[in-house]
Design a protein around this ligand. Structure first.
Ligand SMILES: NC(=O)C1=CN([C@@H]2O[C@H](COP(=O)(O)OP(=O)(O)OC[C@H]3O[C@@H](n4cnc5c(N)ncnc54)[C@H](OP(=O)(O)O)[C@@H]3O)[C@@H](O)[C@H]2O)C=CC1
Ligand SMILES: C[C@H]1O[C@H](OP(=O)(O)OP(=O)(O)OC[C@H]2O[C@@H](n3cnc4c(=O)[nH]c(N)nc43)[C@H](O)[C@@H]2O)[C@@H](O)[C@@H](O)C1=O
Length: 321
């Protein structure tokens, strides 16, 4: 078989963005539009439930996408993952299996699967290198989700082995940006803090209480940088190993809360509720592989928080619960 050489994607070929209405999918959609893609396809979960295998096969038979970005998933923060492990395992596995099986059946040329940094062992050495996958036990608050994501990486690798398909996987660190989920219970920490601290500022509260000890360290990547990295990978990378996507720097949750409070002008005290889970102590990506492929993040955390806060203020009345 002739080895596949990645290169520029054809701008007029059908490109299906699974999950095009979500945080990542909508950023990918913006990126593809800005790059001149003219045949981008999306379906909401109401229009097509990706858990419905027959519907997914019918869609691929009809639309015949040449490229696919798999950014549809059941996604949530630490509490949602801890509370609903069955949903995070079962829904994600079904979505991935249906989309990838149909993509194989209908000859999709390039597919990018999106996983998450939670695939790595809870106590893996830092920074997290791609080869640390499956070297130790997972973090308990999101092990079901992580197993679903690991099975997605495996499915991509299996498609490569069995059918010679040049499909790839990317593992983003914690993401944020316009279109994020700002719900009180289900969201990730960065949007949760923007909302909580802004509401406290408006009410004039003297203090706010956040989850956990504030000691865990996390890395935050703006979703527009992620979308840029996804297209870069599709045009410049082919290989069985997943590729980390991050900025290569992290901070404590306490530091993040201080940064957000400063940005939005909240001057009250920040308190911590240690009865809530901390999750994994640290998740810092080694981004050496991606840098060697010629990509680095561009949006600073300060700029990203400012623009995300502006987006939140402009859209907060119509947000999902
Ligand atoms: N957010 C983060 O911090 C991180 C995210 N990721 C990964 O990025 C990807 C996208 O996440 P993100 O954009 O944040 O998630 P969102 O929750 O913002 O978006 C999820 C998308 O998936 C779609 N979807 C979910 N279930 C179904 C279904 N049964 N049928 C059809 N569509 C469905 C939703 O469609 P609809 O809105 O129409 O229901 C929505 O468009 C995921 O794979 C996630 O694991 C990785 C690392 C960090
Ligand atoms: C992307 C990633 O996201 C999840 O893992 P996580 O990194 O632990 O994500 P998180 O953003 O929810 O929490 C980060 C830290 O922040 C603390 N924290 C404080 N206050 C709030 C708060 O108000 N909300 C939330 N959610 N966390 C808070 C919280 O206690 C924790 O210490 C998984 O879905 C996982 O599967 C995954 O892939």
């Amino acid at each position: 078989m002739t080895p596949f050489t990645p290169g520029r994607l054809d701008r007029s070929s059908p490109f299906y963005v699974a999950g095009h209405g979500g945080l990542v999918g909508s950023a990918l959609w913006r990126k593809l539009s800005a790059e001149g893609f003219t045949n981008t396809i999306g379906r909401t979960s109401k229009e097509m439930d990706l858990k419905d295998r027959a519907a997914v096969f019918a869609f691929f038979a009809e639309e015949r996408p040449r490229y696919v970005a798999l950014a549809a998933a059941k996604v949530g923060g630490i509490l949602a993952n801890k509370t609903y492990p069955v949903d995070f395992l079962s829904e994600n596995i079904r979505i991935q299996v249906n989309v990838m099986d149909a993509a194989q059946e209908y000859g999709v040329e390039r597919l990018l699967f999106l996983g998450s940094s939670c695939i790595y062992p809870k106590l893996a050495p830092q920074p997290l290198k791609e080869e640390y996958l499956l070297t130790g036990p997972l973090e308990e608050t999101n092990d079901a989700y992580a197993i679903a994501k690991i099975s997605g990486i495996m499915q991509v690798q299996a498609m490569r082995k069995q059918y010679g398909l040049p499909w790839i996987s990317a593992m983003p660190t914690n993401l944020y940006g316009p279109g994020d989920n700002f719900s009180a219970q289900g969201s990730h920490v960065l949007p949760a803090l923007i909302r909580r601290l802004d509401e406290a500022r408006v009410r004039g509260d003297k203090s706010v209480t956040n989850w956990g000890t504030g000691a865990p360290r996390r890395e935050f990547l703006h979703v527009d940088d992620l979308a840029d990295a996804c297209l870069h990978l599709l045009e410049n990378y082919d290989g069985p190993q997943h590729v980390n996507v991050g900025v290569g720097a992290d901070m404590t949750i306490k530091e993040l809360a201080g940064l957000i409070a400063g940005t939005i002008g909240y001057e009250g005290a920040l308190r911590w509720d240690a009865t809530k889970p901390d999750g994994t102590p640290r998740k810092l990506m080694d981004v050496g592989k991606l840098e060697a492929l010629g990509w680095t993040a561009r949006i600073s955390l300060q700029d990203g928080i400012e623009s995300t806060y502006a987006w939140y203020r402009a859209n907060r009345n119509g947000l999902r619960d």
